[in-house]
Design a binder for this molecule. Structure first.
Ligand SMILES: Nc1ncnc2c1ncn2[C@@H]1O[C@H](COP(=O)(O)OP(=O)(O)O)[C@@H](O)[C@H]1O
Ligand SMILES: [Mg+2]
Length: 396
């Protein structure tokens, strides 16, 4: 929780600012002040984590105040806000001692990002809430296991109570993450897209289904034709907002390389390309990697996930697969037909339906590895690596 004190003599700008902050769960408004000269006392009494100072009512007074507070309270970051976003105004505020500057009217994502940067623990660890770790899951053919991995990875990440995880079903036409979790959506991506201009955190949160594992889900549109109402910029905005509010975003992509898929791939920090040890899947993996190379920054993010290991009769072994793909296999998920099938049919994720099964253990390991944690069962990992098991620790 960040405790905040605001000073803004103008009701016209102070009220929307307060409303914006009231929608942010991680923020507590300690004090609201309408006069610059009263603000030092307010700060002294409340000792807030962040001071927000609006400049426009009287710029020189406001700058003076920033200067005074930054000297007296060097550990309290100051966020300056002004309708004048020109270089000169920004520079003046920063020189006076403000740590962040936002232009009026303040957009929620920008506010969340700025506040995150002002946290004492900012920039620590992966997906610390500053910028939710965005994991896109891409398949090398239909039925390769993307949705199974997306849903179970999402639930495994959500098992850590420090995480706040959201799954977006971006397989607009044929997605089935809602079925896999037995959720009946009240809202979908379409509602978010249609309200994108007035999208705020409360609306966004209301649009999500929350599963009993703690995973939030934004399902695909109910009617197929609705997918055409969802454009790249809608998704971009929704992702921006979610990145600020969640520690992890899991994106289950379609296999059609649509513009929204591409938007998701661009936004992703990690691109998990799911493949299997068989010809079609491997050939497509090579093709997809070649395709991704045409845009800078995409191919580099790819991690190869080998699914259903142990199910093949064929003669393609791991070394051969890695040689063909030209990239190491990052993670292997065993073939675990029964629990996978049964949990899908039951509409329950593995972590609830069969928490001890091999596939769940492996996906939990993947969740830990992606979060930059040591694996929950490090020992198991080492053991199974020695015996050529399901884990491939530390491989990149
Ligand atoms: N590791 C696995 N072991 C056994 N079956 C699996 C595994 N991963 C996925 N499956 C099965 O494969 C089928 C297709 O998986 P799905 O996740 O829907 O693929 P996609 O989303 O890529 O089309 C499902 O019936 C699922 O139960
Ligand atoms: Mg799917």
């Amino acid at each position: 929780m960040q405790r905040i004190a605001i000073v803004d003599p103008s009701d016209v700008t102070r009220e929307p600012l307060r409303n914006l902050l009231l929608g942010v769960e991680s923020v507590w408004i300690d004090a609201e002040c309408t006069r610059y000269d009263f603000f030092p006392d307010i700060v002294q009494q409340n000792n807030p984590d962040v001071a927000i100072i609006s400049l426009d009512a009287d710029q020189s007074k406001a700058l003076q105040l920033i200067q005074q507070l930054s000297v007296n309270y060097p550990n309290m970051p100051i966020l300056a806000i002004s309708g004048r976003g020109d270089g000169q105004s920004i520079l003046q505020a920063l020189r006076a001692g403000a740590r962040e500057f936002l232009t009026q009217p303040v957009v929620l994502e920008d506010m969340l990002k700025a506040l995150s940067r002002l946290r004492p623990d900012a920039q620590e660890g992966a997906g610390g809430g500053v910028n939710g770790l965005t994991i896109a899951i891409l398949g090398s053919r239909g039925g390769v296991g993307c949705t199974s991995i997306a849903v179970n990875l999402g639930c495994s990440l959500a098992a850590d109570k420090n995480n706040n995880v959201v799954l977006l079903d971006l397989d607009m036409a044929l997605g089935d993450a809602d079925v896999a979790l037995d959720l009946v959506p009240t809202h979908t991506l379409v509602d978010v897209a249609q309200n994108v201009t007035r999208l705020d955190m409360q609306f966004l949160k209301r649009s999500l289904c929350v599963h009993s594992t703690g995973l939030s889900v934004l399902p695909h549109p109910v009617r197929i034709e609705e997918m055409y109402a969802i454009h790249e910029e809608h998704l971009q905005r929704a992702l921006g907002l979610m990145r600020a509010a969640y520690t992890h975003l899991v994106l289950d992509l379609s296999k059609s390389f649509t513009p929204t898929d591409l938007t998701a791939m661009r936004a992703a920090d990690e691109l998990l390309l799911v493949t299997q040890l068989e010809l079609t899947s491997l050939r497509n993996t090579v093709r997809i990697l070649m395709g991704l190379e045409s845009e800078e920054g995409l191919a580099e993010k790819v991690k190869i996930i080998l699914n259903r290991v142990g199910s093949e009769e064929g003669d393609i072994d791991l070394a051969k697969a890695e040689e063909t793909i030209g990239k190491p296999i990052y993670w292997q998920i065993p073939n675990d037909f029964k629990p996978m099938m049964a949990s899908r049919n039951a509409g329950e994720p593995l972590i609830q339906y069969a928490p001890k099964c091999k596939a769940q253990q492996s996906i939990m390991g993947l969740a830990n590895a992606l979060s930059g944690k040591t694996a929950k069962s490090d020992q198991d990992g080492k053991k199974s690596e020695k015996s050529g098991g399901w884990f491939s620790w530390g491989r990149k």
